[in-house]
Design a protein around this ligand. Structure first.
Ligand code: C5J
Length: 222
């Protein structure tokens, strides 16, 4: 059993052999200039700041045999999995499915929907394309985790308050203990990130725990 004694809101105990890392939506469309995130008026440099720590976290998990699962928020080219309730939100220059500088925005197979090179999956790692904010919705994630025998999930990725938090809440409802790596997740809105970390840890870890990548590394190396 490994333990992060300094995790918040209290010590986080986990078995590395029944743990998996889920890296949420580290895609060009959210992180690189010219993508969907920027067309929504966001400063993508905030998200770029977590790339080195996220890459280090992935390397740490690979080194300890913790399976790494990547997600991509994207839709079918015919948009059959894109409800109007999602497509019509906001007032962006470009909507999901429109042609943009990196191909059609958030469409499977397009350059913008792919994962940025610094945290790219290696052969054998599962990549889940998800049409929703939560990675469990309309995907094979539950079945995959059942096959792995996973009980605990470590989370990283973007954005903290949207797809990361939604997936952590889905995981909690499905019986997984979840740990969010604070310095490997980011939001376009610093106040939203701070509030999300507080919400996750509130009321005795109502959604899960948080810790830094360095704290996880110490626990895995003990
Ligand atoms: C958003 C995400 N922010 N990956 N997607 O729409 O959090």
């Amino acid at each position: 059993m490994a333990r992060i004694a300094t995790a918040l809101p209290f010590a986080f105990d986990f078995e590395p052999v029944t743990t998996a890392l889920i890296v949420i939506d580290m895609q060009r469309d959210f992180i690189e200039p010219g993508g969907f995130g920027e067309t929504l008026g966001n400063d993508v440099s905030l998200l770029q700041s977590i790339v080195p720590t996220t890459a280090a976290l992935i390397a740490l998990c690979r080194a300890h045999g913790v399976p790494v699962i990547h997600t991509r928020e994207c839709h079918k080219p015919d948009l059959s999995d894109l409800p109007a309730a999602k497509r019509d939100r906001g007032n962006p220059d470009l909507r999901i499915g429109d042609p943009g500088p990196m191909g059609r925005i958030l469409i499977a197979g397009e350059r913008g929907a792919d994962i940025i090179p610094d945290v790219y999956p290696i052969v054998g790692e599962l990549v889940i394309d998800k049409p929703g904010k939560g990675a469990f919705y309309a995907t094979g994630l539950s079945d995959h985790l059942a096959k792995l025998g996973t009980k605990t999930l470590i989370f990283a990725g973007v954005t903290t308050e949207v797809c990361v938090q939604t997936t952590m809440r889905e995981a909690n409802d499905r019986g997984f203990d979840s740990l969010l790596i604070e310095d490997a997740t980011e939001s376009y809105f610093p106040a939203f990130k701070a509030a999300t970390l507080d919400m996750i840890r509130a009321q005795g870890a109502i959604v899960g725990w948080t810790a830094t990548c360095a704290e996880l590394e110490v626990a895995l190396n003990e």
